[in-house]
Design a binder for this molecule. Sequence first.
Ligand code: ADP
Ligand code: ZN
Length: 430
Amino acid sequence: MLHRELETVSKKDLEKLQFERLKKSLAAATKAPYYQKLFKEHNIHVDSIRTLEHIKDLPFVTKNDLRLSYPDGMVAVPKSDIVRMHASSGTTGKSTVIFYTMNDINAWADLLARCMAATGATREDVFQNMMGYGLFTGGLGLHYGAERLGCLVIPSASGNTLRQIQLMQDFRTTIIHITPSYALHLAEEIAAQGINPRDLSVKKAYLGAEPYSEATRNKIEAQWGMHAYNSYGLSELNGPGVAFECVHRCGMHLWEDYYYMEIINPDTGEVLPDGEEGELVLTHLNREAMPMLRYRTRDLTRIIPGQCACGRTHRRIDRIKGRTDDMLIVGGVNVFPSQIETVLMNIPEVGNNYQIVLDREGGLDRIHVKVELYSKMFSGDIKNIDNLKKMIVERLRALIVVNPRVELLEPGSLPPSTGKAVRVIDNRKL
Ligand code: ADP
Ligand code: ZN
């Protein structure tokens, strides 16, 4: 089937395809030492998986299982068939390593070309890839997809801000691939050069690799005068390209011919119906070197019920709220950093960077929120700043119950991010 047909495939045909592909993944998995042991321990015979529903009989795979089978316990092909390795960023501990055959690399490039095409990108576009190259999947993943689509690719990688600006100007970049935190920082640096980011030729941004709120998307779109598309992926499942927004930008199509998705209750493992929020679990449907079966992503989202206006039949997932292990418990109240971000970024005076610091004093949790404001705020009446501070404290208190300490800072006071931002410093764990 061509990509166009695959993207609008009927539910019935999709399920048929998924099942055929699942059988292949299962057969491949039996070649990997990790799955051999797992299947034996759980007395699983892959032939007993006779429908898609039976996937529930398989145990989950976790990031820790990957770490324990490091470096190659999950590899399902001879070493000579492997052409590439990548590693996760290591945001939550030791990095995990992932391997690809040539077919895996090709399928991944096809998928990313599909993602980009869904946003309206064409071979006329100039694509500046500001994600880290190297072991991180973000850089090379989109790079190959953009080439497959026929764009001019500028592999500028992350950082080196002045050079990024120069490249954008000289080659009239139309699409950027960037983390949301770096997009905010870059806009500030561009303005510092006396250039309005809206005057550049950038029309689209692919934003991913870290959680961010709708309020942040709106802010970035306004600063740059462009459309920002949410892009989701994780190394264990290839990297970027797992789910991507189309031109309608109302949730990310999760490509169900490549991935079988389930949303589970993270506490009980029970599979939840469409619409309910839980942890995303993914199974590879066309991966040779290292197929993942029921991999627990730890990312929280929900399936958006109903059809997208674009006509693609692959179901959409909602913006990722955060990882199950990102949840902060402050004074007994559960809160995700993305909820704090929503409060802050909805306040127009708030600038482009913030940080959350947690401490324990005398047995009590203390939360300290550092917020950068736009510089114009500091030239005005000091009373305005006091009032703003009071408002931020009140809005945060409504969310987190405990009384936060809020510190308002000039732009550039907090460490800038050129990749995945570190927003939370939890000194309670030290
Ligand atoms: P690590 O798990 O070490 O950070 P990865 O580089 O593979 O390694 O990062 C993948 C993770 O990044 C995802 O599991 C998710 O938590 C986060 N992520 C990626 N894209 C997005 C996105 N668009 N929105 C929110 N979080 C994202
Ligand atoms: Zn769509």
